[in-house]
Ligand binder design. Structure first.
Ligand code: SIN
Length: 341
């Protein structure tokens, strides 16, 4: 897997150079006047989360490789707002970098709901290949249309279920539970399809929502369940792998367009390097997070069987039908099929 990340990251730098040159969003680079740039990277997870660590590394390497001409201040923990608010600020060039969960920006780019479809990917390798291939390029075009320059794709890995009511052995056990989802209507459809309630709550408010019973449960990768300490206020964790977290990493076009060619190259080179680092780190820390949950002794952990996965996938078929009817839906499902068949 490590080797795959490295090979693809070299290809990604080459691809980005071609794509950015031909993209309508990136204007010709201005002459280099020696200007310096003081930029902001905002995100919602903890600084110790694999995404938080990648953001810090990106800032550090860009400052170093630009000879101090670009400094990036990183604001973790939703300090500058939700992912949707941060992205809106980026479209106005007020904030410059983020790697939001795809589901949180579907009001801006509805096509990202593709990645909310249950059991879309069955391995990280499938997701990595699709995001670093034609599918990722197509999403870069959607970003460009919103004044955002795609710099690559990071990940949170697979989503798991937690709740306070009962262990979840099959899709039927979710019936009647009130499950928190992030901002994507497709996730509400997912839970509605299995007779559960889906309630949208901002990530920063999720711990309180779980501890006060506003939501019975939620879905997130282990990295968030542990670094946000959701397990402290939940009794059951189910390793279901029922969805995949994509973190599109992008920059505001307003600032990108002010960068001379040499600094644009620094941004792309470091972005490709840090993307490999982020995927590797995410994969490497999964077991540590699971061990942490077992050691905490406060949650009961169970695993979906292949039959339980099939049951969940079959019960939520309506989400695939809904997505196929949405703008660009058929085209995106068609591109995706090249990576999963
Ligand atoms: C994130 O991982 O960036 C946010 C997760 C969530 O909203 O559940």
């Amino acid at each position: 897997m490590k080797k795959l990340f490295q090979i693809v990251s070299v290809l990604v730098v080459m691809l980005f150079s071609v794509c950015i040159a031909s993209s309508s969003i990136a204007s010709a680079a201005p002459a280099d006047t020696g200007q310096t740039f003081n930029l902001t990277f905002a995100h919602v997870v903890s600084a110790t989360h694999p995404k938080g660590m990648a953001a810090a590394r990106f800032a550090e390497l860009v400052e170093e490789r630009s000879g101090g001409r670009i400094t990036i201040n990183v604001f973790p923990d939703s300090q500058l707002g939700t992912d949707q608010q941060i992205t809106e600020q980026m479209m106005l060039d007020v904030i410059h970098f983020n790697a939001p969960l795809h589901s949180t920006i579907v009001s801006i780019i509805p096509e990202f709901e593709l990645f909310d479809l249950p059991y879309l990917f069955y391995s990280e390798e499938q997701a990595y290949a699709a995001l670093h291939g034609t599918l990722g390029e197509r999403f870069n075009e959607f970003l460009a249309a919103r004044n955002l320059v795609g710099l690559g794709y990071w990940t949170g890995g697979f989503k798991q279920l937690t709740n306070n009511v009962r262990p979840i052995h099959s899709v039927e056990d979710l019936s009647g539970l009130q499950m928190r989802v992030s901002q994507s209507p497709m996730l509400i459809s997912q839970f509605r399809a299995i007779n559960a309630g889906g309630i949208s709550i901002a990530f920063a408010e999720l711990y309180t929502a779980l501890s006060t019973g506003i939501a019975d449960g939620q879905e997130n990768p282990l990295s968030n369940i542990v670094t946000r300490r959701f397990y402290e206020v939940q009794s059951y964790v189910t390793i279901s792998n029922h969805g995949f977290f994509v973190y599109p990493f992008f920059m505001s076009a307003g600032t990108y367009n002010q960068l001379p060619e040499s600094l644009r190259q620094v941004i792309h080179d470091v972005a490709a390097e840090v993307a490999s680092f982020q995927w590797e780190l995410n994969a490497a820390t999964e077991q540590e997070y699971l061990d942490h949950l077992y050691e905490s002794g406060v949650v009961s952990i169970n695993y979906f069987t292949p039959e339980a996965m099939q049951g969940f996938r079959a019960a939520t078929q309506v989400t695939y039908d809904e997505f196929a009817q949405s703008p660009n839906g058929v085209e995106l499902l068609e591109i995706l099929r090249r990576y999963i068949d």
